[in-house]
Design a protein around this ligand. Sequence first.
Ligand SMILES: [Zn+2]
Ligand SMILES: [Zn+2]
Length: 282
Amino acid sequence: MLKTLTQNRQLDYLNTIVFSLIAVGTMITLPLYAYYYDFSWLDWTMFFALYIFTGLGITVGYHRLYAHRSFKCTKWMEIVLLIAGGMALEAPALRWAGDHIRHHARCDQDEDPYNAKLGFWWSHIGWIFRKDPHRDEKYMARLRQNPLIMWQHRNYLAIIIGGLLFPFVVGFLYDGWIGGIGCFLLAGVGRTFFVLNSTFFINSICHIWGSQPYGDSNSSRDSWIISLLTFGEGYHNYHHMYQSDYRNGPLWYNFDPSKWLIWMMSKIGLTYDLRRQQASSK
Ligand SMILES: [Zn+2]
Ligand SMILES: [Zn+2]
């Protein structure tokens, strides 16, 4: 059953090559570089800074702003979020948010792009290696009306290249070619690998393991551990039950830096119309 569903789909060669290169590159070149040259404090600083910047671009921008419209924000903040999210190499916002809207609308069914009923591997990354026959314009129609989303769509490749070149240039200015290569490997390739997988954990782990305090009408689960890696997105059971809420972890002690950022930005007028939905426990 699983084999039929997944193998009937055509292989997506570009995705397979790009994502395999990122994974193999991270697992082989990073330890080699660390062994021969060691990473500098600058490489690590750039790694964490870009992990946070691009990770929040996905959670706050792609996810909570575009897929769920859980708040509104100024045009300048949108531009920053679109650049940050684009640098994460998770597809342009149009495609990412369109897929994600479909994930919520058709959760656990064939049309769910990362259907967790097909297992960990498929929901984590397997789906990216295959062409998706269910991609449907109706899930992207409203996104297409946003000129900034379309601007990012046209410039996606430049944003990706910029996100990889930026750490190289910073490292190069600090310590020549070896510094440039080190910063590129850790804060470019490695950072991309870790942000990708932290997002993928939401689709895999948060639909397979964890608690369901808010409802069991779909496979979504809460996992506070995954929230530590994903800026609060691990409270995925609450999120599926109350998807228009700008918070994924609704309780004050839930570790949800994305909701804190959205809330703090509202205090200086960069975000507004924050939506909350009443949570009820079973
Ligand atoms: Zn969502
Ligand atoms: Zn989900």
